[in-house]
Design a protein around this ligand. Structure first.
Ligand SMILES: [Zn+2]
Ligand SMILES: [Zn+2]
Ligand SMILES: [Zn+2]
Length: 262
């Protein structure tokens, strides 16, 4: 059964272009929509199952019919990762299981008024959970709110399927998460890289930290996501990245069942 991973959004909380900004990256995105970046989110799917990874895009109700969403996996409860739930929850005639980290505060009144959202028991660090054809392992991250990254694979593929790690939002990685990924090397690693190199990164990786983690974990392919306009502008004028590292784009699709991703 083929498993596809799709980047629904690859921007940081500001998205690209930034409202009112006239930097080269924002102007490029206005000229060519392939450079626009929406709220950081993704979809993992087979023919019969669709898992949304984060829900920050405001138009989820237009993108999907209720039957099209099997479950939602949240990395954390910052607004740019859950904003789409505030409309979706008032839907009717459906129930959507929602999985995520242990954060009793959540976001605003989501837990008090969940509507059609069925919040499941929070994932414990390194817990593995099966959701349809996918097995998901929870990986603690370093962020300003309780945050989990996830290692996904399609367990119905046996050893043939490719393993994908989705790691945002984070600054570096906790030592146990980094050790887990070095011992359980993902084929594809998707990593927070919000900023160009900066002297005092906070809450998010800059390019230096992101490339250092990729070098330590050595996935076959790495994609940078949660990208801010300043990183886009920085990369417009710099030499290329290491051969196994690419900048994710909104709408990009990876085939996890093939020998190599597209
Ligand atoms: Zn974020
Ligand atoms: Zn800009
Ligand atoms: Zn965040």
């Amino acid at each position: 059964m083929s498993s596809l991973f799709r980047f629904n959004g690859t921007g940081n909380a500001r998205t690209v272009p930034v409202w009112g900004c006239v930097c080269a990256a924002c102007e490029r995105a206005r000229r060519d929509s392939s450079y626009c970046r929406g709220a950081c989110s993704a979809v993992l799917e087979t023919d019969t199952y669709r898992l949304l990874i984060d829900a920050g895009q405001p138009d989820l109700c237009q993108r999907y019919a209720p039957a099209d969403i099997s479950a939602i996996m949240l990395t954390h409860y910052h607004m740019d990762h859950v904003m789409g739930l505030f409309h979706l929850r008032w839907g009717k005639n459906c129930e959507i299981p929602v999985h995520g980290p242990d954060d009793p505060q959540g976001c605003d009144d989501l837990f008090k008024h969940p509507g059609v959202l069925k919040f499941q028991a929070p994932l414990r660090p390194f817990e593995a959970r099966r959701l349809g054809p996918f097995e998901v392992t929870a990986l603690p991250l370093n962020h300003s709110k309780p945050t989990l990254g996830y290692l996904f694979h399609n367990w119905t593929d046996g050893s043939d399927g490719r393993r994908l790690a989705y790691l945002t939002d984070t600054l570096g990685l906790p030592a146990d998460t980094k050790g887990f990924l070095m011992a359980n090397q993902p084929d594809v690693m998707i990593l927070d890289c919000s900023h160009p190199p900066r002297p005092d990164p906070r809450n998010h990786n800059d390019l230096t930290i992101a490339l250092g983690l990729i070098d330590a974990i050595q996935p076959e392919q790495a994609f940078l996501t949660h990208i801010g306009h300043e990183l886009d502008e920085y990369l417009m004028n710099r030499p290329s990245l290491p051969a196994n590292v690419r900048i994710a784009q909104d709408g990009q699709v990876l085939d996890l069942s093939a020998a190599s991703a597209s």
